[in-house]
Design a protein around this ligand. Structure first.
Ligand code: ASP
Length: 313
């Protein structure tokens, strides 16, 4: 065991290199650093991986650079419908929410499902009512809205009208945030939160809140959070596939993650990335898009990145 480790992502929905202004890059890196610090503060003082991933994801949800919480994308009706999940590798307990629009921090609603109900996944109004009963903050749906995401919706609709939706950049289409951690006791946890896809149909739920697809943690193998075209993560049940490759085939974390991101997911035709930590503290951060907002904190390293540079924490 290597000591605690935290990895985060802010999605692989990234503009091609040079497509972000310096100010946009700085804004995003600042958000990643804030989230790493929030999660690392928990791990460093001996706290649980579960609390660390929640703290990191809350910070990313609060930051407008990322498509989760404030800054979430719009669906085709011009509304926000957010998904989130959290999972504890100690006992496979998990909670998730789908299609919610009023809970300020969707990952906290996911944790409330895990801790206050016998269920794993609640959607829409039922999930929001539970969050309210749990004392979580509710906000008006437009609290999540930003001008940038509104412009992305208009651009997506214009491309769709021309039959050119497939030419939309990854950045225009999607994003997500997530965190994975191993704590001093060797326990693993994962959390993911997203606004989904720009211009998605109302009612569409992606991979993020589906345990075993977009989010998974199991002390026997790994903690994992995915980002990319949710439908291909669902169809390949990605998180559980990684677990199975490691548990039954004996693959290393890196071999399993690379095989899926550069093999299977590419073959299924979609931008994809993931962050994962193995039970030995190994880290994997592969992506097949132009970049992925990401960062790592441990006793020996601390950095954030968008493309292939590394900026110290
Ligand atoms: N996986 C998310 C979804 O499909 C989007 C993303 O990660 O960029 O909802």
């Amino acid at each position: 065991m290597s000591g605690p480790v935290l990895a985060i992502h802010g999605g692989c929905g990234v503009a091609p290199r040079g497509g972000l202004s310096d100010a946009q890059e700085r804004h995003a890196r600042g958000g990643l650093k804030g989230a790493l610090r929030a999660g690392w503060a928990v791990l460093d003082k001996g706290g649980a991986a579960l609390d660390a991933v929640e703290a990191a994801v809350v910070a990313l949800e609060e930051h407008t650079a990322f498509n989760a919480g404030r800054g979430a994308v719009f669906n085709s009706d011009g509304k926000h419908e957010m998904d989130a999940a959290i999972m504890d590798g100690r006992d496979l307990s998990a909670g998730a929410v789908g299609g919610i629009a009023r809970v300020r921090n969707p990952v906290r609603a996911a944790r409330a499902v895990m801790e206050r109900t016998d269920h794993v996944l609640l959607i829409g109004g039922g999930a929001e009512a539970l969050a309210a009963r749990a004392g979580l903050e509710l906000v008006a749906p437009d609290w999540f809205s930003t001008e940038e995401r509104r412009a992305s919706l208009l651009q997506m609709k214009a491309l769709q009208a021309k039959g050119d939706a497939s030419r939309a950049s990854e950045r225009l289409k999607h994003g997500t945030v997530g965190a994975v951690a191993i704590d001093r006791a060797g326990h693993l946890a994962a959390a993911t939160s997203t606004g989904g896809y720009t211009n998605k149909l109302p009612g569409r739920v992606g991979d993020t809140p589906l345990i075993g697809a977009g989010t998974y943690a199991n002390d026997a193998t790994l903690a994992y959070s995915g980002t990319g075209k949710g439908e291909i993560f669902i169809r390949s049940v990605l998180g559980h596939e990684l677990h199975a490759r490691m548990a039954y085939k004996g693959e290393s974390l890196a071999t399993a993650c690379d095989a899926m991101v550069f093999g299977e997911l590419k073959r299924l035709g979609g931008g994809a990335g993931l962050i994962a930590i193995g039970r030995d503290g190994a880290i994997a951060l592969p992506f097949n898009t132009a970049g992925m907002y990401r960062g790592v904190a441990s006793d020996s390293e601390g950095w954030v990145s968008i493309y292939d540079e590394r900026e110290p924490l």
